[in-house]
Design a protein around this ligand. Structure first.
Ligand code: NAD
Length: 241
């Protein structure tokens, strides 16, 4: 039986690359995003908001009804905001980052993990949260996003502890600057015209392709990825802020 995955942020740069990668490896995938995304025999897509746990529950129930199991959840949906110091950041901006980037991941875990635990093979099940270099470092004029991504790392560590001995594992993948619409949005926050500038933050001296990050995520999703439980995998090209 093929493995089945839930991917949030499935219309985005890293999320869509993850859907492509997982389906190439034989997974069936249900994606969720605020935006539309292509469907196929092995890809279903739900237009919905990760802030709404019932939307996520509906997507999990859909996967269970159609494919009979859920092996993997990848929480990639997020927003970025900032471009000013912490003390000038409006409460609403921090609230949005918290609601989407943290509670969205929390909601994903809260609906996906019970389905994994009740499924036929918990020992192959993986929860993968997409954090960020901002989950390790403090990034200039991105205090709210930095708080949110550090919280995602904490969420994964707490979840891994709660999953002790169940066989289901949790891992955070922290990308560096990756060529997606979010990187363009980040450039806008800094008033930078060309995101290639972000190459300077990475020892590779280039921004990453979403497919490169998706390849790391796919390994974390694999049965062989169990040893990464509770850890942060840095898919960041050698990020140095
Ligand atoms: P992206 O903007 O291309 O994709 C994010 C997707 O999330 C979008 O399709 C968006 O519609 C969706 N989304 C936003 N809010 C949502 C909500 N409330 N409900 C459902 N979907 C929602 O960005 P990306 O670069 O592909 O980001 C994917 C992940 O990688 C994010 O967690 C991001 O923080 C992280 N990340 C990205 C970079 C980078 O340089 N691109 C670096 C580090 C971490």
């Amino acid at each position: 039986m093929n493995r089945v995955a839930l991917v949030t942020g499935a219309a985005g740069g890293i999320g869509s690359a993850t859907v492509t990668r997982l389906t190439a490896q034989g997974y069936a995938v249900v994606g969720i995003d605020l935006e539309e995304a292509p469907e196929s025999d092995t890809v279903a897509h739900v237009v919905g908001d990760v802030r709404d746990r019932y939307v996520l529950k509906g997507a999990v129930d859909f996967a269970l009804a159609r494919w009979g199991r859920l092996d993997v959840a990848v929480a990639a949906a997020a927003v970025i905001a900032g471009g000013r110091p912490l003390w000038e950041t409006p409460d609403e901006e921090l609230q949005q980052l918290w609601d989407v980037d943290v509670r969205g991941v929390w909601n994903t875990a809260a609906v996906a993990v019970p389905a994994m635990l009740a499924g036929p093979d918990p020992h192959g099940c993986r929860f993968v949260a997409v954090a960020s270099a901002a989950g390790t470092y403090g990034l200039f004029h991105l205090a709210g996003y930095t708080v949110a991504k550090h919280a995602v790392v904490g969420l994964v560590k707490g979840l891994a502890a709660d999953l002790v001995a169940t066989g289901v594992t949790a891992v955070a993948v922290s990308p560096g600057s990756t060529n997606t619409p979010m990187l363009d949005a980040t450039a806008d926050l800094y008033g930078i015209s060309d995101p290639v500038v972000f190459s300077n933050n990475q020892l590779l001296r280039r921004v990453l392709d979403p497919g490169e990050v998706a390849a790391t995520i796919a390994f974390c999703c694999s049965v062989e990825g169990a040893a990464l439980n509770g850890s942060v995998v840095h898919a960041d090209g050698g990020f140095r802020p």
